[in-house]
Design a protein around this ligand. Structure first.
Ligand code: NAI
Ligand code: MG
Length: 487
């Protein structure tokens, strides 16, 4: 029996008018366990009209910002109270270990909501000093209707990452979760209503990429915030050009995790295990390039293999599991195809402990390729799985060249005991994040912006205000003498 879950438009749980459905496959069992509507152009138009109405005529935009903040606090509480249920939806839909979902993703959702709840009444304009005849001030106004297009790797977390800044700055939103993992976004939308956020402010339409494209192409949408593949990001930016919509893109990555010879090796090893395998490597900031100083190379690889071998690959409901299955058959095919490409030139080092009774499921063991050419396909293209390319370096110039050798510029990690070297390298690597002696550290107060083909605009931090508001200047003439041009 599969469970159908309806999408959310205004205050209504609804199906698609054409009665088409998206079947959701549990990647641990390969069987369909649930379905959601496949929204067609009419459904999307209905969602946009509903959101527009809530923005143009509803109580939302007329509320005291502090009142909006209270509603966001209430939503944070409701997400916390419903953690177990939402975490389970994500695990069943996309295969991440339940304990990671429950103990990391959902608490981080709450942190996000709380940060942006606090931002609601802190947006200010400015006054621009001129001569006494002019009074000029700026206002930051909400953009309007936001479309949040989501991927499947952190379903609830990325739903909240789009929702929280949108609502904090007075916008309304239509979320389009990924077809693989749509249910947690619907549940969070229902909780927004329960928190007292007016109907139409949070809407969730479900479907495949065509539903997302329909939403982005609707001129009633004022801004698109997208996280996903670089290819779709480019298509969204082109489409947004037709309607001059504001766009925020968070795209792929190929993080260089650089270990210098003087690094604290124990700390770097522990962090490398996590950054290369967490979420089964399906993170845009996964440390998929392990860039090792040649003097420590042999010892590091040997000790890393021993640690990776201890990781359990298997049932995501099992508390010991560190790597669940990949999200889908498609992602499994992509990752195994990259392993085959690597195998043409390098011997794969297969690691991990696979649960013995796995008969089904899109499981892939952590896999390393050693002494990889930094220009090789496995070292420059985003694989989005637990596949590590180990690259050697000798000096600082070389490591900077390697770090910047892909088209991506999302994140770099630098492990060194030399503070001056850390800052020298941080200045030269072209990426939105530079972690020094840590990895994948991100909290809502730190803005998230990719360089080069990794993205555009920031979703988090105080800086998100720029992408979720629009600027207005009011120029008041205080001079009573007539304007020489009449009027
Ligand atoms: P995708 O970019 O195709 O899908 C992401 C979202 O965009 C989904 O909600 C999808 O329905 C929607 N979408 C697809 N085509 C669209 C269009 N033309 N207009 C509007 N929305 C559209 O990602 P996919 O195919 O699931 O994964 C492919 C690869 O993308 C992965 O292997 C990985 O390399 C990368 N990726 C990166 C992520 C990140 O966090 N930066 C997250 C997910 C995937
Ligand atoms: Mg795709």
């Amino acid at each position: 029996m599969t469970k159908a879950m309806e999408m959310l438009i205004g205050h209504e749980n609804c199906t698609s008018r054409s009665d088409r459905w998206v079947e959701i496959v549990n990647p641990a069992t390969e069987s369909v366990h649930a379905s959601v509507p496949h929204a067609d152009p009419q459904d999307v138009a209905h969602a946009v009209e509903t959101a527009r109405h809530a923005f143009d005529h509803g109580p939302w935009t007329k509320m005291m910002p502090s009142e909006r903040g209270k509603l966001l606090y209430r939503l944070a509480e409701l997400i916390a109270e419903n953690t177990d249920e939402i975490a389970l939806l994500d695990t069943q839909d996309m295969g991440k270990p339940y304990v990671h979902s429950r103990d990391h993703d959902l608490p981080t959702c709450v942190e996000f909501m709380l940060f942006f709840a606090g931002m609601c009444d802190k947006v200010r304009g400015s006054q621009i000093p001129l001569d006494p005849s002019k009074h000029v001030y700026t206002i930051r106004e909400p953009v309007g209707v936001v479309a949040g297009i989501l991927p499947w790797n952190f379903p609830s977390l990325l739903a909240v990452q789009k929702l929280a800044p949108s609502l904090a700055y007075g916008n309304v939103i239509i979320l389009k979760p990924a077809e693989q993992s749509p249910r947690s976004a619907i549940r969070i939308g229902q909780l927004a209503l329960e928190a007292g956020i007016p109907p139409g402010v949070v809407n969730v339409v479900t479907g495949y990429g065509d539903t997302g494209a329909e939403l982005v192409g609707n001129p009633g949408v004022d801004k698109v915030s997208f996280t996903g593949s670089t290819e779709v990001g480019k298509a969204i930016m082109r489409s947004a050009g037709d309607n001059i919509q504001k766009v925020t893109l968070e795209l792929g990555g190929k993080t260089a995790n650089i270990i210098c010879a003087d690094a604290d090796m124990d700390a770097a090893l522990a962090s490398t295990v996590l950054t290369s395998c967490y979420n089964t490597g399906q993170i845009c900031t996964t440390g998929s390039r392990l860039v090792l100083h040649q003097n420590i190379h042999d010892e590091f690889v040997e000790r890393l293999k021993a640690k990776l071998d201890l990781l359990h690959v298997g049932d995501p409901m099992d508390d010991d599991t560190k790597l669940g299955p990949l999200v889908s058959r498609g992602q499994f095919d992509k990752v195994t195809a990259y392993i085959a490409i690597g195998q043409q030139d390098y011997e794969p080092i297969v690691c991990g402990t696979r649960q013995s009774n796995l008969k089904k499921g899109y499981y892939v063991n952590p896999t390393m390729f050693d002494n990889v050419d930094p220009g090789a396909r496995i070292a420059t293209e985003e694989i989005f799985g637990p596949v590590l390319s180990v690259i050697n370096f000798d000096d600082e110039d070389e490591v900077v060249r390697i770090a910047n050798q892909t088209s991506y510029g999302l994140a770099t990690a630098i492990w060194t005991a030399d503070l001056s070297r850390a800052h020298r390298l941080a200045a030269q690597v072209d990426s939105g994040f530079v972690w020094v002696n840590t990895n994948n550290y991100w909290v809502p107060s730190i803005p998230y912006e990719g360089h080069r083909s990794s993205g555009i605009g920031a979703d988090m931090g105080i800086e998100a205000v720029e992408s979720y508001t629009k600027l207005k200047n009011v120029i008041v003439n205080l001079d009573p003498t007539p304007n020489p041009w009449g009027g």
